[in-house]
Write a protein that binds this ligand. Structure first.
Ligand code: DMJ
Length: 639
């Protein structure tokens, strides 16, 4: 064929005119622009979007905050990049991150486990884990595209369960640990038999208790027990619990729930279960429940109210809290769980909510540097000046130091707030009794109440775990203070007839670590004293802490164990005990878990990798430097 050149028309070798070429190029560039642009509008193109946008830019904020959120700025930046907010007050300073895990332990986990029983245990655990990969995500707001469980596991320094599931070499310690495991099984079996699906067991009347703390939510003992059962290797029981969560944990309840209790027990329990097992089910439930808590923050200040209807989202303050105030220990005990909800869902809203609380508390004037227990969610002012390290205040302080530790020691504001608060506490509340016992008094507008609650006994452990990160010259001082407080709390146990401690003990009118009021003499299976033993054991390895823990086991067995479970007692000062007919869910979640850890090796839920929420649910330290490390990402992706 011959191409004839037409007169007046320039043609290329392909026989196209210049204008035709121009039109073709125009069309081509339009097409490219269209395809490229479409990536940003398709709803499910998260994976592709991630190539072009930073992680936080692609996440929708589902619920508006009723307050300013400087943190939004922070969340748009790469997580390991240092910054301070423009105002400098509540800004977040991030340091460059710490060391990487030395080796990948996962391949060696089963090989290192010793003994037949341990091998079986590991085998059944790994069966559960591989089964979990088949669970399809119902994707209730959890973005499984962005959180890699494998990557997270690679970023731990140690296997979560230790080299041999934390089994101690010393035979006596191991026997004691086995005893605690038996107690857990006994408590669980009776709950299962008489109260399955209810919130708690009533061991004397052999029925279930629902109560009014969790709205319409059920199964508090199940969710609270998941991680304890798992670390103890009670795998049949764990699988029953998991199955119940899968088939029967109904989050569409319409009742009035305590924001705090639902967060620490349900959200915390589900998060821990997820991090330990990798079961998507737990992650999705945690995020779904987290979303239902968000309306509680819709107040003029963003400080949440204490009670929320999980169905309607209506929230209000406790009737007993003066002038519609919110409680420090409640709105101040959300940080760890909410940061993890953001981590898992990639939705910044959770972190924004708690950072807003942090910002307000940082800014507001504090009497003598102390944080009173009641704050108005409307005005953002303190409502009265009652300060306590026990009930109403306690876990706020705990969450400051744990936020710092959980951030891989990058959350400098939490650190600063914690040590400043601790100084104020030491200056105003820490007292020495005539008999030489150190205790934390309560403060009522400048007047000291020489009373220490059982709840305040957690502070021994808290001060202990924070000892390393304050001023270096204060390290020993903090360790001594932690030991003294733990000693005082132990005294409150040894000075009773049952060797269990009262709800509150006093240091006035001749009393030294004993309850003087009838109404303070009860013990409801609380964990705080044992919690401090566990931390102090890990920090010092002083054998007395294990001995003290064993004394508590013997006392629990003697006075709290009944035919069908464990029960609180009404008066620790008489051995003819009267039981309160309640097996609290925190007994399974905290008391027995801390005892088990006390008699285990330190690498079972190592403090290098985990912090415990206030209900003893372990949450991993977030190692952004490792999680965002290219080598880790590539290695994980290639598997
Ligand atoms: C638990 O629910 C938590 O430890 C909370 O922080 C305080 N009270 C109980 C246990 O005593």
């Amino acid at each position: 064929m011959v191409f004839r050149k037409l007169p007046g028309v320039s043609a290329s070798g392909m026989g196209l005119r210049l204008s035709q070429k121009f039109m073709f190029l125009l069309f081509l560039s339009g097409l490219v622009t269209l395809c490229f642009g479409a990536l940003f509008f398709l709803p499910d193109s998260v994976r592709l979007k991630r190539i072009f946008l930073s992680k936080t830019e692609i996440q929708p904020v589902t619920v508006g905050s009723g307050s300013e959120n400087d943190v939004r700025e922070h969340l748009k930046r790469p997580k390991d990049q240092g910054m301070t907010s423009a105002k400098g007050e509540a800004g977040i300073k991030l340091k460059s991150q710490s060391r990487k895990p030395p080796v990948s332990y996962e391949a060696t986990e089963v090989r290192l486990a010793g003994g037949k029983a341990q091998e079986d245990l590991n085998l059944s655990r790994s069966k559960t884990e591989s089964a979990s990969e088949k669970v399809t995500s119902s994707n209730h707001g959890a973005n499984s595209d962005t959180f890699s469980y494998k990557k997270f596991r690679r970023c731990l320094f140690k296997p979560p369960l230790g080299r041999d599931n934390g089994r101690p070499v010393d035979p006596q310690t191991n026997e004691r640990r086995e005893k605690v495991r038996e107690m857990m099984k006994f408590a669980w079996d009776n709950y299962k038999r008489y109260a399955w699906g209810k919130n708690e067991l009533r061991p004397l009347t052999r029925n279930g208790h629902i109560g009014n703390m969790f709205g319409g939510l059920r199964g508090a003992s199940i969710v609270d027990s998941l991680d304890t059962l798992y670390i103890m290797g009670l795998m049949d029981e764990y699988n029953d619990a998991k199955e119940w969560v899968k088939t029967s944990l109904d989050l569409n309840s319409n009742g009035e729930a305590s924001l705090f209790e639902v967060n620490i027990r349900y959200v915390g329990g589900l998060l821990s279960a997820y991090y330990l097992t990798g079961e998507e089910l737990f992650k999705n439930k945690a995020v779904e429940l987290g979303e239902k808590l968000l309306p509680a923050f819709n107040t003029p200040t963003g400080i949440p109210r204490g009670v929320i209807n999980l169905g309607s989202g209506t929230s209000w303050s406790w009737g007993w809290a003066s002038a519609g105030s919110s409680i420090l220990a409640e709105f101040g005990t959300l940080h760890l769980e909410f940061v993890h909800l953001t981590e898992l869902s990639s939705n910044p809203v959770y972190t924004e909510k708690v950072m807003n609380i942090r910002k307000l508390l940082n800014k507001i004037e504090k009497p003598h540097g102390l944080y009173p227990n009641f704050l108005s969610p409307v005005s953002g002012n303190w409502v009265q000046h009652h300060v306590s390290i026990g009930g109403l205040g306690d876990s706020f302080y705990e969450y400051l130091i744990k936020s710092y530790l959980m951030s891989d020691k990058t959350d400098d504001d939490a650190k600063k707030m914690y040590y400043t608060a601790l100084e104020a506490i030491e200056a105003n509340l820490v007292q020495k009794s005539p008999g030489g016992l150190t205790y934390m008094a309560e403060w009522r507008g400048g007047i000291l109440d020489h009373k220490m609650g059982h709840l305040a006994c957690f502070s021994g452990g808290m001060i202990g775990i924070g000892a390393d990160d304050g001023a270096p010259e204060k390290r020993q001082h903090y360790l001594d203070l932690a030991a003294e407080i733990t000693h005082t709390c132990h005294e409150s146990y040894t000075r009773s007839a049952t060797k269990l401690g009262p709800e509150a003990f006093r240091f006035d009118s001749g009393a030294e670590a004993t309850a003087t009021r009838l109404s303070d003499r009860y013990y409801i299976l609380r964990p705080e004293v044992i919690e401090s033993y566990m931390y102090m054991w890990r920090l010092t390895h002083d054998p007395k802490y294990r001995e003290w823990g064993w004394e508590a086991v013997e006392a629990l067995e003697q006075h709290c164990r009944v035919e069908s479970g464990f029960s609180g007692i009404r008066d620790v000062y008489t051995t003819s005990v009267s039981h309160d007919n309640m097996q609290q869910s925190f007994f399974l979640s905290e008391t027995l878990k801390y005892l088990y850890l006390l008699f285990s090796d330190d690498d079972l839920l190592s403090l290098e990798d985990w912090v415990f929420n206030t209900e003893a649910h372990p949450l991993p330290i977030i190692r952004n430097s490792c999680l965002q490390d290219d080598a880790t990402q590539e290695k994980t992706a290639s598997e």
